[in-house]
Design a protein around this ligand. Structure first.
Ligand SMILES: [Zn+2]
Length: 319
């Protein structure tokens, strides 16, 4: 693009000792400062020197930004116009590094949620579709839409206490409904009602935050959990709950004990959320062959049925 006539360059120390002591002096990013850059982005008093052409190529919003920024631009740094943004400096650094450094946001490795979230939110904001979809893949791989993908689930987000709560909150705030059914299921099968209500307590690995769902989502999670516990009993495990062997059973005494053992494992002292639990080979080792042949298809069909209805447990639109 044509560069406008250069304006008077302002001293970068303009705020030092001035009348606005709360306004920090801008500093240069240690990671995103390209000497041949042509534009400086500034937010939270951190400056990033990048290339207008790279930004424009990847983002229609940035493409327009120069047109928007110039009439209001007040200063240059190293002959680069400064564009003021309103994002967090950490988020913007994540976005720009993901854009510039191939190894930084490498899809072959799991990534921290904070990075995925920052790239997703800012890529969406600035219309950077490639980075947005790349960030989204981390989430859809971990919180998929099919039971086959769920069973072969790829854990691509680095784990920490409260991760799935942060995932749900991100999905709600930034319109990612496709990951919500699996994320809610993960939430209610990971955390108990106390944790859902009071939040997942501060921990070094969640940056000492209490991670909590919004009030409405707490209610949705608890009601969904209650229904899923019923579905586990009356659908997925309906072959085991009555503690009665199948009519074809070749060892009723032994299999009755096994059914009781299985239900005790998942229902006492408090019921666990196991409505989607796949058939376990250890059950086959304990049951007679005839009961296995009868129970296994029953279990698989019924848990698939639960999966098909999963969105409705959490008041979400059907798959
Ligand atoms: Zn049997």
């Amino acid at each position: 693009m044509d560069r406008p006539e250069k304006r008077a360059r302002l001293d970068e120390t303009r705020h030092v000792g001035g009348s606005c002591p709360s306004y920090a002096q801008p500093t240069r990013s240690k990671t995103v400062w390209y000497q041949d850059g042509s534009i400086v982005l500034e937010t939270e008093s951190v400056r990033f020197r990048v290339h207008y052409s790279i930004l424009a190529q990847n983002s229609p919003i940035f493409q327009d930004m120069m047109n928007f920024a110039e009439p209001h631009g007040e200063e240059y740094v190293d002959n680069c116009p400064v564009v003021m943004l309103q994002d967090s400096a950490n988020d913007l650094e994540s976005l720009l590094r993901a854009l510039y450094e191939q190894s930084y946001f490498d899809p072959s490795h799991s990534q921290p949620f904070s990075l995925i979230s920052a790239v997703y939110r800012l890529a969406r904001k600035y219309g950077m579709e490639y980075l947005q979809s790349r960030a989204l893949c981390y989430l859809t791989d971990q919180y998929p839409k099919t039971i086959e993908a769920w069973d072969e689930r790829k854990f691509r987000v680095e784990k920490y206490p409260g991760l799935v709560v942060d995932v749900i909150n991100l999905a709600r705030a930034h319109d990612i409904p496709e990951i919500l059914p699996a994320a809610f299921y993960d939430c209610v099968s990971t955390y108990n009602v106390t944790q859902i209500i009071r939040g997942v307590l501060p921990h070094p690995r969640n940056n000492y935050r209490t991670v909590r769902l919004a009030q409405d989502d707490q209610n949705i999670a608890i009601l969904g959990l209650e229904q899923l516990i019923k579905s586990a009993a009356y659908q997925t495990f309906d072959w085991a709950i009555p503690n009665e062997p199948f009519p074809t059973c070749s060892d009723p005494g032994e299999c009755t004990d096994v059914f009781a053992k299985i239900t005790a494992e998942y229902w006492t002292p408090t019921p666990r959320c196991v409505a989607l639990l796949p058939w376990q080979s250890k059950w086959e080792d304990m049951l007679c062959e005839d009961c296995t042949l009868a129970a296994r298809p029953n279990h698989e069909i019924n848990r698939r049925s639960v999966w098909d209805d999963l969105p409705t447990y959490f008041e979400l639109k059907a798959w």
